[in-house]
Design a protein around this ligand. Sequence first.
Ligand SMILES: [Zn+2]
Length: 378
Amino acid sequence: MKLPPLPVTTVGSWPRPPELLRAQRDKHAGRLSEAEFDALADRAVIDVLRLQDEAGVDVVTDGEQRRDNFYSFVADKLSGVRLMTLAEMLDIVEDKVSFERILQTLDVPAYAIKNPTAVGRISRRKPLAVDELRFVKKHTDKPVKVPLPGPYLLTRAMFVREATATAYETKEDLAEDVVKLLREEIRELVDAGADFIQLDEPVLTELVFTQGQTRTFMCAALAATKDPTAELELAVSLLNRVLEGFDGVRTGLHVCRGNWSRDESTLLRGSYHPLQPVFDRIPVRQLVLEYATERAGDLVPFRAKELGLGVVNPRTSDIETVPQVRASIARALHDRPADTVFLNPDCGFGTFSNRPVNATDVAFRKMKVIVQAAQLMR
Ligand SMILES: [Zn+2]
C-alpha cells in the first residue's frame, strides 16, 4: 500500500442518510427485503466514498453505512445471537438497580441501542465485513480500512449470563468461538485485499478508569462488578489469539472513551497511561487513539507502534482550524518519527445509526481540515 506521509483516514462510521435509517427499520420489521436494503446501502456507501475522495482522505472506509452500530450489526451475521432491547435486558439481569442507574445517568440513547446477546452456540452465518470490503473495492482505488468489533468487546457484549448460560457456561467459553470467527473473518478480509483492519475495543478504557465499578452501557454484562486486572488479561490474550499470524496486513486497535453523547461530562476521562503495559502486549501495528478531546490527557509515548492520532473531535459542531490541527500534529511529531503517524478524528461520526454524534457536512469539513493540515506538514 503506497501512502503519502501522515496518511489521513477515519475511524469508521459516518452518519447514515435518513432514507437508509428508514430502510434499516423496515428491514428489521420484515417490510423490506435484504436486496432492497442493499441497493439503498450501496448508494450510501458510494456517497461516503465520494465525500472521502473529495476531502482528500488517503485510506477510506465504507462509513459503516450497512451497520446499525459498531458491534450489534453482528446479530445479522451470526447464528446464535439475538438483538435484545435494553428493556428486555432489564427484565433478565440480576442487578436491575445498577443497570437502571447507568441508563439514567449516562445519557444513554436507550431507544437507539439493542444488544447482540448470545442465546445459542455462535458461528458465522455470513461474513461480518468481507462483503462490505468487496463492494468498496469495486468503487475506489484507494487503500481500504475495515473496522471490526474486537474479541473482548464482542465477548463482553454477547455474554449475558441469564440468556447465554445454556449455550456457554462462562464468558471464556464464549470467547473461544469469538476468537475462531474473528480469525476466519480476518483471513478472508486479507484474501479479499483489505489494507488495514482495525479492531475496536472501546471497553478497555472503562476497565481502567472505573476500576471494576462498571458504568458503561456499551456491554451487556454491564451491571456486574469485575476485577479489572483479570479482564485486561483476558482482553490481551484474546487479541493475541485473534491476531496471531496476520503480520502481512496493517492491523490497528482503536480505543476511545465513549462516543455516544455530545455531553462530554458523561464520557470517561483519563490518559492512556494505565493502558500502556496492556497496549505493549497487543501485536497490532497501529494504535488508533483519541487526542482531540482534552479528556484523553497527554500523549503517551507508545513508541513501538504506529499512532493513529485523533486530531478532531467528532462530537462538536465547531470545525477545528488548520493551525489547531497542525499544532496537534507537531506535538505528536515531537517525540516520534513522522512515518509512524496517521491522522484521524477521535472516533466515528456516526456510532449509533439512530443517534449520530454529528452531521455529514460537518464530518466532511472536519476531514478536509485534517487533509489541509497534513498537506502543509508534508
Ligand atoms: Zn471510538
